[in-house]
Write a protein that binds this ligand. Structure first.
Ligand code: PEP
Ligand code: MG
Length: 582
């Protein structure tokens, strides 16, 4: 048995998985042998040609986005890839295999790729040998396009119960593979606060990120144990170790069954203070988990998924239909729809018609509301749809990443324009929709009083608030150990935001990952937070702590905790938190 021990990886959830390894080497899309019927040949060839055409458009879009100051060999790379797309070995030869041997387009491309790569492998020239990476890059893009065109569904390998090992995963990968029943994810890069990790947590898939060299050391099909609470991967374990972890899985299920008893119990502290526990969702499909875990509302509906994994931007009708599905599914439970937060860790497909420049520092770049204000034609259909859906359901609108009143005023002006348009068109909408801000940039927390006067509610986004306060890139595994929710500056900003909201009598909730981490529940209650929004799977664990909490005592102890935090050694503070601020 070998052990890739804790410290190498960081667990992003609190679950265990046991299963066979499935390696996704260098992100290459894997394709299994598959054939089609003679009747499907023409359609298959047409899809292949479309996928090539799309790949060309995507590469050209990337090339157009390269800043002028970039060294010329970078754009030369793209030109090489474009030339490869013109080469008959990739662009035409697979079609012969489809026509003559009835292979699926995806598999035919795979066969031709393998043949090409073999030629490169046999070359003596080390430079030419590395060109196979270019082939793989281009092939991968075509395979992705075929997948998006729905062409290789039957040819993808069976991932049920498997533990995926990849260099890195996009949020879209996590969703697609989650739907195919994977048991766990292990990635070489990425951090627990990336959007992919947040999704994996929300899907309940045990995940460990930042396990460097995992694709080199772990073997295809070998049995693995993933303990995502400890951040441990065990490879090829003995039977007694498997038995031990099986026992822990049983205990975990027992604990979950116990928590289920709390679903219909009120969420209030021992002194009967009501605490609102709400869910974070990303897709209409998350409604089930929201309801079965007893959430009293959706505190954060992330809408980026409407824009991901596709080639065309959604129009107003699609926005409206999707939000309507959510409000209908929630059946009167309030929902807070967040406007688009694309950029940084939430990207669209290349060539999707949306220009999010590949800035050197995307987290500080044209992200979220900055992008929306720059591209009103992208933003307006979403604003219209949210206003319209709010006509018949309790919907609030939440703006991400606001950093100045100037931006807020620009948003309000745009909303006013949209309202006038809707009035002119005779479409019904809610003119009094509550408007709130994500407080996730330190500037917004420091100006919380001004924002509170101009808004109906706040939602604290600790994932970004911590990233921007501590200058820690939330997706960089090299610095993820410095991502510290207990940093005095972070706690002060949270407290300032809660206090400002209370002064101005507007509701304040927290929807960052900190809100769903039971280790922080008592501290947040002590800081004055009364509304929490989190991935649905965490609701009952947090509710249990809420119900056991003595609020007046927590408030007293939190004051002490905050006083000590500047001097107190971190381990002592953690011990205080672990013992429930006793
Ligand atoms: C946050 O930043 O805390 C948040 C909830 O938003 P996201 O994770 O989607 O950036
Ligand atoms: Mg955020």
């Amino acid at each position: 048995m070998s052990l890739l021990c804790s410290g190498i990886g960081v667990g992003v959830s609190r679950a265990i998985a046991i299963g066979p390894a499935h390696l996704l080497k260098s992100g290459l899309i894997e394709v299994q042998p598959s054939t089609i019927s003679a009747k499907q040949i023409d359609a298959e060839c047409e899809s292949f040609l479309q996928a090539i055409k799309l790949a060309r458009r995507q590469l050209k879009a990337v090339r157009n986005k390269i800043p002028a100051s970039t060294p010329s060999d970078i754009s030369a790379f793209i030109d090489t890839h474009l030339l490869m797309l013109e080469d008959s070995a990739l662009a035409e030869a697979p079609l012969e295999l489809v026509r003559i041997h009835c292979l699926s387009a995806a598999y035919a491309l795979q066969v031709k790729r393998d043949a090409l790569v073999k030629v490169f492998d046999e070359m003596d020239d080390p430079y030419l040998r590395t060109r196979k990476d270019d082939v793989d890059h281009v092939v991968n893009q075509i395979q992705k396009n075929l997948r998006n065109l729905g062409m290789d569904v039957t040819s993808t390998p069976d991932l049920q119960g498997r533990i995926i090992i990849a260099s890195d995963l996009t949020p879209a990968d996590a969703i697609l593979m989650g739907n195919r029943g994977v048991a766990a994810f292990i990635t070489e890069y990425g951090s627990p606060m990336s959007h992919t990790a947040i999704l994996a947590r929300s899907l309940g898939i045990p995940t460990i990120v930042g396990v460097h060299n995992a694709t080199r050391y772990l073997q295809q099909d070998e049995t693995l144990i993933v303990d995502s609470e400890q951040g441990i991967v065990l490879a090829d374990p003995s039977w007694d170790i498997i038995e031990h972890f099986n026992q822990r899985i049983v205990q975990q299920r027992y604990h979950e069954a116990e928590l289920q008893q709390l679903v219909n119990k009120p969420s209030r502290t021992l002194d009967k203070t009501a605490i609102s526990l709400q869910a974070n969702i990303e897709l209409p499909e998350d409604i089930d988990a929201t309801l079965t875990n007893g959430a009293v509302g959706v505190g954060l509906y992330r809408t980026e998924f409407l824009f991901m994994n596709r080639q065309q931007l959604p129009d107003e009708a699609e926005h409206y239909a999707t939000y309507k599905r959510v409000t209908d599914g929630l059946n009167g439970i309030p929902v807070t729809i967040r406007t688009l937060d694309l950029g940084a860790d939430k990207q669209t497909e290349e060539g999707a018609g949306l220009c999010t420049p590949s800035a050197c520092n995307p987290a500080l770049g044209l992200r979220a509301i900055r992008l929306c204000l720059k591209e009103p034609e992208l933003f307006k259909p979403q604003l219209r749809a949210i206003l319209r859906v709010a006509a018949d359901a309790p919907v609030r609108m939440l703006i991400p990443m606001l950093s100045s009143m100037h931006e807020l005023n620009a948003v309000k002006q745009l909303i006013e324009e949209v309202k006038q348009e809707l009035t002119k068109e005779g479409l019904s909408f809610n003119p009094n929709i509550p408007l709130g801000a994500m407080i996730e940039v330190p500037a917004a927390a420091l100006s919380a009083d001004a924002f509170a006067k101009a808004l109906d509610f706040f939602s604290i986004g600790t994932n970004d608030l911590i990233q921007y306060t501590l200058a820690i890139d939330r997706i960089d595994d090299e610095v993820s150990h410095l991502f510290d929710p207990l940093h005095p500056s972070v706690l002060r900003l949270i407290k300032m935001t809660i206090d400002a909201a209370n002064r101005h009598k507007i509701p304040v909730s927290m929807c960052g990952e900190m809100a769903g981490d039971p280790r922080y529940t008592r501290l947040l209650l002590g800081l004055g937070l009364r509304e929490f929004s989190m991935q649905p799977g965490a609701l009952l664990e947090v509710k249990k702590i809420v119900r056991e909490s003595d609020l007046p005592q927590l408030i007293r102890r939190t004051e002490q905790f905050i006083k000590q935090i500047d001097e107190g050694p971190a381990d002592k503070l953690w011990a205080m938190l672990a013992s429930g601020l006793e």
